[in-house]
Design a protein. Structure first.
Length: 119
């Protein structure tokens, strides 16, 4: 920095997961501290996937995101739930619903279809 001060950024992440009988689940905690900007961001995420058949599974995720832990009323919660369908090798279709909850402002839903092509 130009004024002679030192800026430090610290990133910490902790993850735990479980997998058995077609179920995969995990949880994660991430923290970013930026001393130069006096800013701390954090995210807590929980996610799961369950395989029903060889070509179909269900997934869900909840993210709790706080872009500045020193500021109140700025966090968001993102919830996603959907199905992965593999109709052919290399193609995945994932219809899902995404719900965003804001501490300040309106919450809203989105209906989304994701496509993944692998060669």
């Amino acid at each position: 920095m130009e004024d002679g001060t030192t800026e430090n950024k610290t990133v910490m992440g902790v993850f735990g997961g479980y997998s058995a009988n077609g179920l995969r689940a995990g949880a994660e905690f991430d923290l970013l501290k930026d001393s130069g900007a006096d800013l701390t961001k954090q995210i807590i995420s929980v996610y799961t996937n369950y395989v029903f058949t060889q070509n179909m599974s269900a997934f869900g995720m909840v993210n709790l995101f706080d872009p500045d832990t020193n500021t109140s009323d700025d966090s968001h919660t993102f919830i996603i739930a959907g199905i992965d369908y593999v109709p052919a090798k290399g193609l995945t279709i994932a219809p899902n619903v995404q719900y965003t909850i804001q501490e300040i402002g309106d919450s809203y839903y989105q209906f989304v279809v994701n496509f993944l092509f692998k060669i």
